[in-house]
Design a binder for this molecule. Structure first.
Ligand SMILES: Nc1ncnc2c1ncn2[C@@H]1O[C@H](COP(=O)(O)OP(=O)(O)OP(=O)(O)O)[C@@H](O)[C@H]1O
Ligand SMILES: [Mg+2]
Length: 292
């Protein structure tokens, strides 16, 4: 099996923070964001990693950042080790393929989610109230229904625990109303373009989450973009509304965990090798489909 990178230790760099998936260091005016092979499920980072997952996430993000450049600038400065500053090159073995050197931004405290299909927490809310993030939707939709028009459904960005869906009005109390409008327009444009590109490759992007940040007063895209960790990707050929769809992500992990008697709090359980292997295959498969 390929090597699995769970944690990094780059001795002479300033360690900033360990997210659920990414280790972040500071270098000069930049951040070095390393996507490890950690996997989280139900907001718990598991003790077992998925080989190549970090590389898949980084390469998919880089692909999409490039596709969206004329819509909005992003934080990416370099992702090939040979383009990194000299002192970083000695970490090539760790960094290669999974690392972005990025501009430091001030992350906005909202997550910008766009949904083109009814799934996950959106479907849950619709079943209860006929709405998603308080947006009234037509009656008679079923699980995984395609929405006539994609909708913008922001959420809070919780430091710990689960993010909470909010209405656009509530979002306008968190970021300035004019900025909220801008985030909504850009998010929808990105989703629509990605949806059209993916559609040609036989992939449905059911929904996706984006993060934005400010550098001085300039708005840019940060974090990851349209990856299997931030989006639901479905195979078009298997799409069938009226039920949940298989997605190209850690669903295999989630399904496995649901067979256990685990209360979804730390520490999470180890994953058996066949689950790890199947999940790794799914991640590699979607990278290939999207970038080829
Ligand atoms: N260019 C940037 N400038 C500042 N912060 C950034 C930038 N790009 C990404 N980030 C932040 O770095 C973190 C990425 O780490 P990671 O994805 O592992 O976090 P996380 O624990 O998954 O958090 P979340 O679930 O909110 O994504 C996020 O908090 C993101 O907001
Ligand atoms: Mg993240």
């Amino acid at each position: 099996m390929a090597d699995i990178l769970m944690e990094t230790k780059l001795d002479d760099l300033k360690f900033l923070k360990r997210g659920k998936v990414r280790d972040i260091y500071e270098y000069d005016d930049y951040y070095l964001i390393i996507a490890t092979d950690r996997v989280s499920a139900f907001d718990v980072v598991l003790p077992t990693g998925i080989p190549d997952k970090g590389r898949v996430l980084t390469q998919i993000s880089v692909y999409w950042f490039n596709q969206m450049k004329d819509i909005i600038d992003n934080h990416l400065v370099a992702y090939q080790v040979e383009d990194f500053p000299e002192p970083l090159k000695k970490y090539r073995n760790i960094l290669e393929g999974r690392t972005m050197l990025v501009k430091k931004a001030k992350p906005l405290p909202v997550e910008c989610i766009v949904r083109g299909y009814l799934s996950g927490s959106g479907w849950k809310e619709y079943k209860k109230s006929g709405t998603v993030c308080k947006i009234k939707l037509p009656e008679g939709l079923v699980e995984s229904s395609r929405l006539e028009k994609a909708i913008f459904t922001p959420s809070t960005k919780a430091e710990e625990g689960h993010d909470i869906n909010i209405s656009f009005e509530e979002m306008k109390a968190i970021v300035e109303p004019s900025l909220a409008e801008k985030l909504k327009d850009i998010s929808l444009s990105i989703y629509e373009r990605a949806r059209d590109i993916a559609e040609k490759k036989g992939i449905i992007i059911a929904d996706t989450k984006m993060e934005f940040g400010l550098i001085d007063d300039k708005l840019i895209l940060i974090d990851e973009l349209l990856t299997p960790d931030s989006s639901r990707f479905w195979a078009k050929k298997d799409y069938m509304p009226g039920k949940g769809q298989d997605s190209y992500d850690k669903q295999i992990v989630r399904d496995y965990l649901l067979t256990l008697d685990w209360d979804k709090t730390y520490p999470g359980p180890e994953l058996p090798p066949h689950i790890v292997q199947k999940t790794a295959e799914r991640y590699r498969e979607i990278l290939k489909i999207i970038t080829s």
